[in-house]
Design a protein around this ligand. Sequence first.
Ligand code: ADP
Length: 205
Amino acid sequence: MRIIGLTGGIGSGKSEAAKEFAKLGVPVVDTDAIAHTLTRVGEPLLAEITHTFSQQFLNGDASLNRAALRAHVFEHPAERIKLESLLHPAIYAYAKAQLTLNQTQLNPSYQILVIPLLFEGNRYQSMLHTTLVIDCDETTQIKRTMARSHLTETEIKRIMQTQVSRETRLQLANEVIQNDGTVEELAEKISKFHKKLIKTCIVSE
Ligand code: ADP
């Protein structure tokens, strides 16, 4: 099972890159999407979160008020550790099961695992064949994130401070794709990377 860990800072273009891989028929497992799935109404993990924290982080319809919980743990690091200790093992187990299922059902040359905070922890490294960083300069990162979300520049910068620096990320990466042009240019680079990877998979298998 060949797993490529796809990462990058906020707004760098991870989701856009993942979409391109999916278009090429590559199975994509996204740890952020898993976090959403596991905290939907009716999921045991949501009940655990509510039990550990409080009902104040639920919306009127019993769904998780993600923004409120995110803001709370941002201000209270000890609470963030508590939340992460609930979320991260569950996300990891789910991702592993999904990757195994994809492998069995689809037998792909490789799969993409999107892990926004790959280099901030060490849970996933050992299962990865290669790490791929999607990179752009910080001004572009902020501009794109502001256009996508309701976050202010200050809030985005604060989030960036909780992530490894661009320099560190680039040092740790096995492969880097620059996403400083158009979406079409990104698609072209992903397609090239895909072809290269397929070739090396064939050679070494
Ligand atoms: P991430 O998943 O890394 O946080 P996204 O893939 O969601 O980042 O990209 C952030 C925003 O920027 C999205 O609205 C996306 O459509 C847009 N975007 C990504 N790459 C480009 C690009 N090359 N040109 C223009 N917009 C882009």
